[in-house]
Design a protein around this ligand. Structure first.
Ligand SMILES: C[S@@+](CC[C@H](N)C(=O)[O-])C[C@H]1O[C@@H](n2cnc3c(N)ncnc32)[C@H](O)[C@@H]1O
Length: 259
């Protein structure tokens, strides 16, 4: 994705902040534990924290969490859901924290929006030596037949390479690296997946997919047509045509250590 597209897509979530808070999934607890297990201490920054989906998981695990988020509407949702969490306006490229002040930086479905040429040194600055940077991505389990069909029906704007079990590893393997020519700030990446799921019905799954950046930036007609295609597909499948079902998912984690 080009830099201008990345900026446009990455800044669009605030237009659907309430729907995001209502419909996006949380993260598999085992994934969050794995992301944190090598951290040298309990201080964690949730970077690109959005409405606080990952922040809430970190609070539940007893981490000392600070949330940083650039979008005012997303930040307002987070502050309302988690009033006791220290939540700051800022971005991965300009983090409002002192040098060496956290033991881990986690980013839930957000690292791919960072400009790592700038964000890499900035994240390294605020991390302790040996601190951990981890990206988490909730991905659809496309080994399940109807989920693979959903991917085809939605198209890449709704379900892209980062969003499925079969391709998230390749799509994120270099997410922590700067563009060529810059100094790498982190060691070799490790990746792992953890089973997850979300209770949905056809309407709430359409509402979830409608909060994806690729859909939010579409012209209205194209967005309506895409969501109609998804709705028609879900109505055509016995697994999703009526009532509640569990959306088969995994939480994928990429973790690296600060050099
Ligand atoms: C898909 S949402 C994920 C939100 C939250 N982490 C979660 O797990 O639900 C991506 C978030 O990254 C934020 N974001 C986009 N560009 C960013 C940047 N350069 N630095 C920090 N956050 C960014 C967006 O505002 C948005 O809240």
């Amino acid at each position: 994705m080009r830099q201008d597209e990345r900026l446009l897509h990455g800044s669009t979530f605030g237009t659907a902040a309430a729907a995001y808070a209502e419909h996006r999934p949380d993260y598999a607890e085992a994934a969050v534990r794995w992301a944190l297990e090598l951290a040298p201490g309990p201080r964690v920054l949730d970077l690109g924290a959005g409405t606080g989906k990952l922040t809430a998981a970190l609070v539940a695990l007893g981490a000392g969490v600070i949330a940083v988020e650039p979008d005012p509407a997303m930040l307002a949702e987070l502050r309302s859901a988690l009033p006791t969490v220290r939540a700051l306006a800022g971005s991965a490229e300009a983090i409002p924290l002192p040098d060496g002040s956290v033991d881990a930086v986690l980013a839930g479905n957000a690292m791919h929006w960072f400009d790592m040429n700038v964000a890499g040194p900035e994240i390294a600055r605020i991390l302790q030596p040996d601190g951990i940077l981890a990206g988490l991505w909730n991905v659809l389990d496309d080994r399940v037949d109807w989920v693979a069909g959903l991917e085809r029906a939605g198209g890449s704007a709704a379900v892209g390479p980062r969003d499925t079990f079969s391709s998230w590893r390749a799509a994120t393997f270099e997410a922590h690296l700067p563009g060529s020519g810059s100094v790498a700030r982190f060691g070799s990446p490790e990746q792992a997946e953890f089973p997850h799921g979300q209770c949905r019905n056809a309407d709430s799954l359409v509402a979830t997919l409608a909060t994806r950046a690729g859909i939010l930036v579409m012209p209205e007609q194209e967005r309506d047509a895409t969501l109609r295609r998804i709705r028609d597909f879900l109505a055509s499948r016995p697994e999703t045509a009526s009532g509640d079902f569990t959306l088969p998912m995994l939480t994928g984690v990429l973790r690296v250590r600060r050099l």
